[in-house]
Ligand binder design. Structure first.
Ligand code: ABU
Length: 460
């Protein structure tokens, strides 16, 4: 083994040991860090020994996204089986456009697509899909397929001289929906943010009214995005009722299940996605709740032929052997593409369906525990009910942003804040399975302590 690789494994071990030790790890100040870690590319060569030292230093300064102190993102902690396969993927250095260069990995990716379409509820043989570099891109592709379905000429001619195509999503949908409408030339202005109920779920009757009002104005409703697991509240839009509106109005239904799609693997929790089989397209990021390294994202669709029709392009320099079913590059937004499938396949193979369901159950159990403790603490207040693995709460009178900042600066915890009904709340995400109920109890104590200090210092 090359000394580089041997040293790299030593760095990985040291990093894991440090995170397991659970010591507070203050977020390094950005000012001066470039100098301290010698990040400048000054043109000089660096010896192998000096470089591995630099790598070790950078590893130490890199925030932990697992361990008992990380609650900041919709992802957190890694499954060893997935990491093992990911390391191998790097070494294989496949590009996923053809069977000729990726061999069995093309079959692995196809098997994941098949299995995930089954979980969404598509009939056997009905669904298909493509991997994308993240959920925003999966949403982009879903919106694009919807745009093409309503305006088939747009692939070749663009959207010149036609009535605007409207996109509808909940007021709490991910920001990629508006960004993608802009990227697709549909226009951010033509994205309608539909009112939500008290739990952050899109109100289907408000959707129906908005669609009808737009039609009456001579505009062309096109795509509805239902979110399965919103970013801040973890809310699930009622897919079945939204699908009724889409069917009645002839609209494409895209489900953004980037976060909550994983609940499909849990026999009871999947109820939150009732109606998912009616989605024309469905985005799902296993890198969020499934513990596989970033990124691992899929766009699944009930109309797989639409993917090839839209993205297929003759390239005789690339697609030289086998038919298109074995060359995923013929239905991908990318050309060269890293292998994001192997890590998920290895995890699924290792844990099986029951093991994956049990992972989700543990995440939901952590969420229930946190919510119960917050209910019990007089100094904390839940904001709405927890949903998916998100619990929103506050320390009344103390700015949530300040609490998050102090916790990160002291290295006590990484937790983020979001806005619910106009006010900033702490958003606790409990997908990180390194975290235990004891870690959560300590986190809440730390939050109370910091809130008390801030209140005493007049930050409230
Ligand atoms: N793509 C999801 C947004 C980031 C997060 O809150 O984890």
């Amino acid at each position: 083994m090359s000394p580089f690789l041997r040293e790299t494994f030593a760095i990985i071990e040291a990093r894991s040991a440090r995170i397991d030790a659970d010591d507070p790890a203050p977020l390094p100040e950005p000012v001066g860090l470039s100098h301290a870690l010698s990040l400048t590319l000054d043109g000089e060569a660096t010896s192998e020994e000096a470089l591995t030292e630099l790598l070790a230093g950078i590893s130490e300064a890199t925030p932990a996204t697992g361990g008992g102190r990380f609650y900041n993102q919709l992802f957190g902690s890694l499954e060893p089986a997935a990491v093992a396969a990911e390391l191998l993927s790097v070494v294989f250095n496949s590009s996923m456009y053809t069977y000729k260069v990726a061999g069995p990995h093309v079959l692995i990716e196809a098997e994941l697509v098949r299995r995930m379409c089954e979980a969404v509820g598509y009939a056997p043989g009905e669904g298909g899909g493509a991997m994308t570099p993240g959920g925003s891109m999966a949403n982009l592709l879903g919106l694009r397929l919807g745009r093409n379905a309503i305006a088939p000429e747009s692939r070749e001619l663009g959207l010149y001289g036609r009535a605007p195509l409207l996109v509808y999503c909940s007021a709490e949908a991910h920001y990629s929906i508006a960004k993608n409408a802009g990227l697709l030339g549909m226009g951010r202005r033509y994205v309608r943010a539909i009112e939500v109920d008290g739990q952050g779920r899109m109100r289907p009757e408000a959707l129906r009214e908005a669609v009808r009002a737009d039609r009456a104005r001579g505009l062309q409703p096109a795509v509805v995005v239902a979110t399965a697991g919103t970013t801040v509240r973890g809310a699930f839009d009622p897919i079945d009722a939204i699908a009724d509106v889409c069917e009645a109005e002839g609209l494409w239904l895209h489900v953004d299940g980037a976060y909550g799609g994983t609940l499909l693997l849990h026999p009871e929790a999947r109820e939150a996605l009732q109606g998912s089989a009616r989605a024309d397209s469905f985005a799902w990021n296993p890198h969020k709740m499934m513990g596989v390294p970033l990124s691992c994202s899929f766009l699944l669709t009930r109309h797989p032929e639409a993917l090839a029709e839209d993205l297929g392009t003759a390239a005789s320099y690339l697609f030289q052997l086998h038919d298109d079913t074995l060359n995923p590059g013929t239905r991908s937004m990318q050309c060269g593409r890293r292998n994001d499938a192997f890590k998920l396949w290895a995890l699924w193979k290792h844990l099986g369906d029951a093991g994956l369901a049990e992972r989700v159950e543990r995440q939901l159990a952590l969420t229930r525990h946190a919510a119960e403790r917050i209910r019990q603490h007089p100094g904390l207040q839940l904001v709405g009910e927890p949903s998916c693995a998100n619990t929103c709460f506050e320390a009344p009178g103390v700015p949530s942003e300040e609490i998050c900042r102090v916790l990160a600066e002291r290295g006590l915890a990484m937790i983020g804040h979001g806005r619910v009904e106009g006010r900033a709340v702490l958003r606790l995400v409990t997908v990180n399975l390194d975290a235990t109920t004891e870690h959560l109890d300590r986190l809440l104590e730390d939050i109370l302590q910091v809130a008390e200090e801030l209140a005493g210092a007049g930050a409230a």
